[in-house]
Design a protein around this ligand. Structure first.
Ligand SMILES: *[C@@H]1O[C@H](CO)[C@@H](O)[C@H](O)[C@H]1NC(C)=O
Ligand SMILES: *[C@@H]1O[C@H](CO)[C@@H](O)[C@H](O)[C@H]1NC(C)=O
Ligand SMILES: *[C@@H]1O[C@H](CO)[C@@H](O)[C@H](O)[C@H]1NC(C)=O
Ligand SMILES: *[C@@H]1O[C@H](CO)[C@@H](O)[C@H](O)[C@H]1NC(C)=O
Ligand SMILES: *[C@@H]1O[C@H](CO)[C@@H](O)[C@H](O)[C@H]1NC(C)=O
Length: 278
């Protein structure tokens, strides 16, 4: 009996390890040049830039930035179910970004400055621990929409989708999805429509957002009562949000937002934390 249990435990461990070995070997074949220190003769847990979980053969992180890598990542990346961090920024990777869905340990994704061409549906669904998603400067991506499948990634702190060919409108409740958001960079895309209503419920200071909105010919900033700044645009006489109770501002720790170089228009009432009236 004991032997059977030990045997099945070993078998299970072997199968689990085999899963990551299969992907890592595909990944090695897919990347050109082969990253230094990667070889068929060395266990993948010893490859440069690869860290495995202690006392297991499961990949914990892959870190290969600025390595002049070309190639297309094998699509079944989400078989690496213990992955917490992947950093491949500043390479020349092409083809689709592999789906990250259901990687439920994943916290950090740095894919910026590559040449990825598309993003699969539901790429970001079910990644609850995600803290940082950075796909910035992937100018060869086919037009896509803001990824609403991120809505369950409530731990998100940094979202950088600058220059990734996104079109369409920003979901109006998106700032409610990310109560821990600190940095949001969506500039150099072609978002249309107005600023999300939920922005008014976050603690962001609005100047940077507003200053370069394309159709905003006149912007007025007034702070009539503590915490409330009104930025209005007299060309489009549509103030979008009503007064939101200051207590709601505690929801957000947002510090930096950049939405410049889009096609946003209209105006919105923004609420600024800690601004006193004068
Ligand atoms: C690893 O082995 C496979 C065959 O199993 C071969 O196709 C591949 O070129 C080898 N890779 C390296 C980097 O030696
Ligand atoms: C990007 O990678 C290249 C090497 O491929 C390196 O020379 C360059 O400094 C890197 N740029 C940044 C901003 O890290
Ligand atoms: C991406 O591809 C374009 C050509 O479409 C090329 O000019 C550019 O250098 C490539 N960028 C990277 C980071 O590989
Ligand atoms: C996103 O990654 C790029 C490198 O690809 C870096 O230059 C940029 O600062 C990162 N964005 C944030 C908000 O950290
Ligand atoms: C955004 O739209 C302008 C024209 O309205 C176009 O020239 C530009 O290529 C578009 N950019 C993207 C990323 O779609």
């Amino acid at each position: 009996m004991t032997i059977i249990i030990i045997f099945s435990t070993l078998l299970f461990a072997a199968i689990a390890a085999a899963d990551d070995a299969v992907y890592m070997s595909k990944l090695m074949k897919a990347l050109t040049p082969t990253p230094s220190g990667w070889s068929n003769n060395t266990h993948f847990c010893k490859w440069n830039g690869v860290v495995c979980r202690q006392s297991s053969n499961r990949v914990n992180s892959i870190t290969l930035p600025s390595s002049s890598l070309t190639g297309t990542l094998p699509s079944d990346l989400n078989t690496l179910t213990k992955l917490t961090s992947i950093d491949l920024h500043n390479n020349s990777l092409t083809g689709p970004i592999p789906s990250l869905s259901n990687l439920n340990a994943l916290q950090t994704v740095l894919f910026g400055h590559n040449n990825f061409t598309s993003i699969p549906d539901n790429c970001f669904s079910g990644i609850t621990p995600l803290k940082t998603l950075n796909l910035s400067n992937n100018l060869n991506l086919v037009h896509w929409l803001f990824p609403t499948d991120l809505s369950l990634s409530t731990s998100l702190q940094t979202l950088d989708l600058q220059a990734t060919n996104i079109i369409g409108t920003l979901p109006s409740d998106m700032f409610d999805w990310f109560p821990n958001l600190e940095t949001l960079i969506l500039s150099h895309n072609n978002f249309t429509g107005s600023l999300p209503l939920s922005l008014g419920r976050s603690s962001i200071m609005g100047i940077q957002v507003i200053s370069s909105m394309k159709f905003l010919s006149q912007a007025f900033l007034t702070c009539p009562i503590q915490f409330t700044c009104l930025i209005s645009n007299f060309d489009h006489n549509n103030i979008l949000s009503g007064v939101v109770p200051p207590s709601l501002m505690a929801l957000s720790s947002l510090k930096n937002v950049s939405l410049d170089n889009n096609l946003l228009q209209g105006s919105i009432t923004l609420f600024r934390k800690g601004v006193s009236s004068t």
